[in-house]
Design a protein around this ligand. Structure first.
Ligand SMILES: Cc1cc2nc3c(=O)[nH]c(=O)nc-3n(C[C@H](O)[C@H](O)[C@H](O)COP(=O)(O)O)c2cc1C
Ligand code: SF4
Ligand code: SF4
Length: 253
């Protein structure tokens, strides 16, 4: 068994590590950003695949990873974990329907509510105790689901047609274009930026470069919010106009 994941800001990484530690302690857990990922997938029949939900949809980087490597999913048994700030409708179903097309066997799905990572928008901001409670509840749900999978009765959240309709009506029909392509909307404030290069090193899309001592963002942003949450100068924004509170999952553990 192998755990694979994408995590922009740490929530999903926390969740898959917790789940696998109970389900099959010691099994490998690898990010889709890791160069060894395909080789690792080829060596395992059973996969736990975790990702966050953006606009009730798959992050573009995750969708592209699945589609680009469509041949590796054939015959695999896959359990999906989708993390979200509030609601996704069919978060786990998004990955499952796509993988089914490529011949995967879907074992089940799980939806986990985690702290919101969009640090330049006020909506959904919770207090520290509320976020701590959220993670406590998430942890209990992950542990319970891992035991259920061990006992061969895995949860089926997000998988059936009712979840699909909820996902479509909940948001996706209105926001589908938000995750259809990568975005060029990342803004770096040149007055605040000290050109430390941290954002360029962190970006999973290599969407930021330093040219002539100036930091420049391009048009391949998958909206993961990693650089925005970690910039020491709070100089980066995407959806909102200023960084309100940088998200670090460790603050709530
Ligand atoms: C661009 C963007 C869009 C998001 N859209 C949704 C959404 O539609 N529904 C939801 O419940 N959470 C949404 N979220 C919140 C994330 O899914 C949630 O915080 C997730 O756990 C982040 O995981 P990560 O830390 O592993 O990146 C969104 C986050 C981002 C960055
Ligand atoms: S992390 Fe922030 S301060 Fe550092 S280069 Fe990027 S934008 Fe500038
Ligand atoms: S530019 Fe920032 S928000 Fe966009 S993909 Fe890269 S790290 Fe994520």
């Amino acid at each position: 068994m192998i755990g694979i994941y994408f995590s922009g800001t740490g929530n999903t990484e926390y969740c898959i590590k917790k789940f696998v530690s109970v389900y099959a302690s010691g099994s490998p857990i690898i990010s889709i950003e890791d160069n060894s990922i395909l080789e690792a997938i080829n060596q395992h029949q059973e996969i736990i695949f975790a990702y966050p939900i953006y606009y009730s949809n798959l992050p573009k980087i995750v969708r592209d990873f699945i589609v680009k490597n469509h041949t590796v999913w054939y015959g695999k048994r896959i359990f999906f974990i989708a993390t979200m700030g509030l609601f996704s409708g069919d978060g786990a179903g998004l990955g499952s329907r796509l993988m089914k097309k490529y011949g995967a066997h879907i074992i089940g799905g799980l939806h986990i509510k985690m702290p919101d990572c969009i640090c330049d928008v006020k909506t959904l901001k919770r207090s520290i105790p509320q976020n701590r409670k959220l993670i406590k509840d998430a942890t209990n749900k992950l542990i319970k689901a891992a035991h259920q999978l061990k006992e061969n009765r895995p949860p089926q959240e997000g998988i059936n047609v009712f979840y699909h309709i909820a996902g479509l009506l909940g948001q996706r029909l209105w926001f589908y274009n938000k995750t259809r392509s990568y975005t060029d909307q990342l803004h770096i404030d040149p007055n605040a930026c000290i050109c430390c290069g941290k954002c360029a090193g962190l970006c999973p899309m290599k969407n930021i470069s330093i040219i002539d001592n100036r930091v420049q963002a391009h048009d391949q942003c998958t909206m993961c919010y990693r650089c925005i949450n970690q910039c020491p100068q709070r100089a980066i924004t995407l959806i909102g106009k200023e960084v309100i509170e940088q998200h670090r999952v460790e603050d709530f553990l």
